[in-house]
Design a protein around this ligand. Structure first.
Ligand SMILES: Cc1cc2nc3c(=O)[nH]c(=O)nc-3n(C[C@H](O)[C@H](O)[C@H](O)COP(=O)(O)O)c2cc1C
Length: 302
C-alpha cells in the first residue's frame, strides 16, 4: 500500500495532517502523540507582527461543533523563528507546513520571505479565509482576482509547495479554487470554518465577544465534503479536505469526494491521538477494499 501524496514537486509521507490552530506548533502535542507518524503539521497562523487575538470569550460549544474567534493570536514571524522553529527542526518524517496570514499582500510575502530559508519548513498553507479578522484574510479569500494575484506573488518567492486555504463563506468556492490554480498554487485546502453565531438567551447577548465566529467540528462536515467534491471536479491540482473529520469514516468520505489528503482539526481537542487512529482506520479500509493508493479512492463518484 502506498500512502504517499505528491503536492507540487514534493511528497507527504501519508495523507493525514493536523489542522492549523488546533495543534499549536507541534510541540504542544509532542508528549501526547507520536508526531513522526503524522503526514503533516499545519502550524497555527503566523503573521508579520505578533497578535494578541480577539477579546475573550472567543470559544463556545455548539451542537456538534464549536465556534471560535481566536483572531490569529500568534507571536509574529520573529517569535516563530526564535521560539517555534527549534522544535520543528527536531520532527522527523512528518512535514511542517506553516500557515501564513496577513492583512495585505506585502504581509503575506514578508512572512514567506522570512521563513523560506528554514529547511524544516516543507511548505506553506496560505490562510485567505479567516473569518475572525477585520481586514485582509477573508477579504482576499472571497475575491478571485486578488486570490490569483496573491498566489502568483507568493509562488514567485518560494520553491516550496504552496497550498491556498479556501473559505466556504463564498457564493461559489470553485471560482476561488480556479483562481488559485491559475495563480500557480500547488494545492488548495478546503474548508476553513463556516461563519456562525450563538446567542445566550439568558444574558440576551452573543456567546463570544466578536458576536460571530468560525464554526468547526462535525456540524460542518457535509459542507466540507461538498466543497471538496465540487472543487476537485473543477481543478487538477490536489485538494486537501478538512472540516469535521472525527474518525476514519469521515476521512474516507473526503477521499471519495476527491481529496488527496486530509486534516484533522477540532477532533484533536477531544482525542489528541485522533489523527493516528484515523490513519490506522484508513489503512484498514484500503486493505478491505483493495485500494492501493489514495488516488484509487477517486473515480467512484461522478
Ligand atoms: C481554535 C481554532 C483555531 C483556528 N486557527 C486557524 C488558523 O490560525 N489558521 C487557519 O487557517 N485555520 C484555523 N482554524 C481552522 C481549522 O484549521 C479548520 O479549517 C477548521 O476548524 C475546520 O476543521 P475541523 O472541523 O476539523 O476543526 C482554526 C480552528 C479552530 C477550531
Amino acid at each position: 500500500m502506498d500512502l504517499k501524496v505528491k503536492i507540487g514537486n514534493q511528497i507527504l509521507p501519508n495523507p493525514v495532517g493536523v489542522a492549523s490552530g488546533t495543534f499549536g506548533y507541534g510541540e504542544e502535542y509532542g508528549e501526547l502523540i507520536d508526531l513522526s507518524k503524522l503526514g503533516a503539521i499545519y502550524t497555527k497562523a503566523v503573521t508579520v507582527l505578533p497578535r494578541e487575538g480577539n477579546r475573550l470569550p472567543r470559544l463556545t460549544e455548539t451542537p456538534n461543533g464549536m465556534i471560535n474567534s481566536i483572531g490569529l493570536a500568534n507571536s509574529g514571524v520573529e517569535g516563530f523563528l526564535k521560539n517555534k522553529v527549534p522544535f520543528l527542526n527536531t520532527i522527523k518524517s512528518c512535514k511542517n507546513i506553516v500557515n501564513v496570514a496577513g492583512s495585505t499582500e506585502d504581509e503575506y510575502v514578508k512572512v514567506v520571505e522570512m521563513i523560506d530559508h528554514v529547511e524544516s519548513v516543507w511548505g506553506y498553507e496560505i490562510n485567505i479565509s479567516c473569518p475572525n479578522v477585520k481586514c485582509g484574510g477573508l477579504a482576499f479569500g472571497t475575491d478571485p482576482i486578488q486570490v490569483e494575484r496573491l498566489t502568483r506573488v507568493i509562488k514567485s518567492k518560494t520553491k516550496k509547495p504552496v497550498i491556498m486555504k479556501l473559505t466556504p463563506n463564498v457564493t461559489d468556492i470553485t471560482t476561488v479554487a480556479t483562481a488559485c490554480e491559475i495563480g500557480g498554487a500547488d494545492a488548495v485546502s478546503c474548508i476553513n470554518t463556516v461563519m456562525g453565531m450563538k446567542i445566550d438567551i439568558h444574558k440576551k447577548q452573543p456567546a463570544i465577544y466578536q458576536k460571530t465566529g468560525g464554526l468547526s467540528g462535525p456540524a460542518i462536515k457535509p459542507v466540507g465534503v461538498a466543497a471538496v467534491y465540487r472543487v476537485s471536479k473543477k481543478i487538477t491540482i490536489p485538494v486537501v479536505g478538512l472540516g469535521g473529520i472525527m474518525n476514519a469514516e469521515d476521512a474516507i468520505e473526503y477521499f471519495l469526494a476527491g481529496a488527496s489528503a486530509i486534516q484533522v482539526g477540532t477532533a484533536n481537542f477531544i482525542n489528541p491521538n485522533a489523527p493516528l487512529d484515523i490513519l490506522d482506520g484508513i489503512k484498514d479500509y484500503m486493505k478491505e477494499n483493495n485500494l492501493n493508493k489514495i488516488s484509487d479512492f477517486h473515480g467512484f463518484i461522478d
